[in-house]
Ligand binder design. Sequence first.
Ligand SMILES: Cc1cc2nc3c(=O)[nH]c(=O)nc-3n(C[C@H](O)[C@H](O)[C@H](O)COP(=O)(O)O)c2cc1C
Length: 294
Amino acid sequence: MGSSVIEIIEKRKSVRAYESTPIDGEIYHAVLAYLEIEENLTGLFGGKANIEWIWAKGDNGEKGIKLGAYGLIQNPQAYLVGRIKNEKKALVEFGYIFHKLILYLTGLNLGTCWVGGTFNRNSFAREIELGQDEIIPCITPVGYAREKQRLLDTTLRYVVKADNKKPWEQLFYDSDFETPLTREAAGALVSPLEMVRLGPSASNKQPWRIVLSGDRRTVHFYLVHTPNYSGNKLGFEMQRIDIGIAACNFDLVRYELGIKGSWVINDPQLNVKDQHTEYIASWSLSPGSSHSGD
Ligand SMILES: Cc1cc2nc3c(=O)[nH]c(=O)nc-3n(C[C@H](O)[C@H](O)[C@H](O)COP(=O)(O)O)c2cc1C
């Protein structure tokens, strides 16, 4: 990829208008090779996802989808289409797996956009012969980003306040939900956390909340459900995917920084702010390792 994960995360943003330039053959084959590696399709807890490349236009092979995204996405060259079993935990895993792919594509200079709501599910389901117990949680268009994004994209970014990422004190906590986490107290975890903050989420709700344990060794991930959120009414809870995305950004950055640890599901039973806050998973520093130089 050449760039660091941090640079890639900082560079990525949703692209909804693409150039007509066809995707370079080498790039296409690199993506197919990426999708053949089992580890790339495996989540934090061993869950699997299936991801397929579908050309956007009919003339590139047998498969081809036209107007798959209600005109919101202009000129995509292809789509990557995810499928999983419809289970709660699988959605978090899918967020992790698909976001890792999105970052890989960003590193290849391809534009992407997580799309979970505004696409024609039925036409994609037909195209990939979706099984009865499976869902397509999200797709992404791919192609080269058009320099000047369309008015529609600019308007959508304005409506969902896409460039408005919540500040630290609204997302990250120290020991409990009462005390905001300062950057100093986060030690070397400051960058992995900052990259969580910059991640994409459905309608930019940023529903992730994180508590760093008092001993600075464990990071607990929570989901604050947005009440009555339309994205959660598609037969699955879209916002679980957002937590997988947060975990992905955190995990890839801490790995790049050489901070060793592992994922567990072990609810610390902290007092949460309200009934909308749900514990999802934790990351723990390996025994004997440190991240703050102490
Ligand atoms: C799970 C998920 C589903 C999304 N669904 C849609 C969608 O249906 N249509 C769309 O235009 N954007 C969709 N987005 C993109 C978000 O609106 C976008 O990530 C957010 O506004 C932040 O902007 P950024 O990605 O440029 O940082 C989705 C994002 C996520 C993570």
